[in-house]
Write a protein that binds this ligand. Structure first.
Ligand SMILES: N[C@@H](CCC(=O)N[C@@H](CS)C(=O)NCC(=O)O)C(=O)O
Length: 334
């Protein structure tokens, strides 16, 4: 039996760094193993799906998919808890995690592959981590190949001519709301990190490492940048707050960003169920149109999961009111 967890991941993978920050916060003995040409064979022993992160537990069990990884470990090592005691706040944190994983990823992925500077930077970092021992010439060739492949894959996250500006606007407005919320506050729910912080942070941290969104964050959003740096190795610095102190600045984020994401996710699930190849949804007066297929099935699955989590707390008056007031309820209770 190993004495540590092993996390196979990469710095450029938002879900990998999300899990690594969680392990750091929980103070769990772990080794961060960059999945590269040297560690690939070992990674493949644990990875049922060809994705990172993959975690090997001290008992040599294989875990994949960041949300179940965190849920499994949290059930085994509950302290310090990443869930507020209050069930309404706990659900909001889970909802923000879902938002980060499924919509924050559109922000990150779109910016990473939309412009030359970001494409070059990301492709170089991916190759630098994957093939550290290869000659520069080989790495440059590989980086060009990755760049070409990824630039053509915007459809995976629904980035296309019609949605590009909507995604960028969503990032700018979303981060502007976070910036206000993080003024004088260490984490999204108060003095310690929640599940919602880990999920959203993995994406925003990765965007911060990319030239275009990184420059924007550094120029305009100092509170968000401080949170990004704090979340790399987060420590409990206080307690979770109550809804009354969070509400003034967290409500606007739920009302705009999370509500629109849920509306999109509902439309995506309906299009898949109907066997459509395209989906279109009105997001506050702007039409979002994208192809749907294999990659979008995962969003439908996580929508079912978050609805299940909502249904477990739906008798709680406080959570119903918060979700109804922010326009999120109708997408969670269907
Ligand atoms: N839902 C999964 C998503 C994992 C995922 O999409 N990982 C990406 C990197 S961020 C991946 O492994 N892509 C294929 C690859 O890098 O080989 C999770 O939360 O862990």
């Amino acid at each position: 039996m190993a004495d540590k967890y092993r996390i196979f991941g990469a710095e450029v993978s938002p879900y990998s760094v999300k899990v690594r920050s969680y392990f750091r916060y929980k103070n769990l003995p772990h080794e961060w193993i960059v999945r590269d040409s040297n560690t690939m064979a070992e990674y493949q022993k644990y990875a049922k799906l060809p994705i990172i992160p993959a975690v090997a537990t001290p008992g040599d069990e294989a875990l994949q998919d960041s949300t179940p990884i965190i849920e499994t470990v949290e059930a085994r090592v509950p302290e310090p808890s990443i869930h507020p005691d209050n069930s309404a706040l706990r659900f909001l944190s889970e909802l923000i995690e879902e938002f980060g994983d499924e919509w924050g990823n559109k922000w990150m992925f779109h910016y990473r592959w939309a412009r030359d500077a970001d494409q070059v930077s990301a492709a170089e970092r991916i190759v630098g981590a994957m093939m550290p021992d290869s000659p520069a010439e080989e790495r440059a060739k590989m980086a060009e190949g990755i760049r070409e492949r990824m630039v053509g894959r915007g459809w995976v996250i629904g980035s296309n001519e019609q949605t590009a500006a909507m995604i960028e606007e969503s990032f700018k407005q979303g981060v502007a709301l976070l910036e206000k919320h993080l003024a004088g506050r260490k984490f999204l729910f108060g003095g310690r990190p929640s599940l919602g912080d880990f999920g959203l942070w993995g994406q925003v941290y990765n965007a911060w490492t990319d030239p275009t969104p990184g420059a924007m964050l550094k120029a305009e959003f100092p509170n968000t940048c401080a949170w990004i740096e704090r979340m790399l190795d987060p420590k409990a610095e206080g307690e979770f707050e109550t809804w009354s102190s969070l509400e003034p600045t967290l409500s606007p984020f739920l009302e705009r960003d999370v509500r629109l994401f849920l509306k999109w996710s509902d439309a995506n699930a309906k299009a898949l169920a109907a066997g459509d190849e395209e989906m279109s949804v009105d997001l506050d007066g702007q039409e979002w149109k994208q192809s749907v297929g294999g990659p979008q099935k995962y969003h439908a699955k996580t929508l079912r999961e978050i609805r299940k989590k909502y249904s477990a707390v739906s008798s709680d008056e406080e959570v119903r009111k918060i979700l109804a007031d922010s326009g999120c309820l109708e997408w969670l209770s269907s």
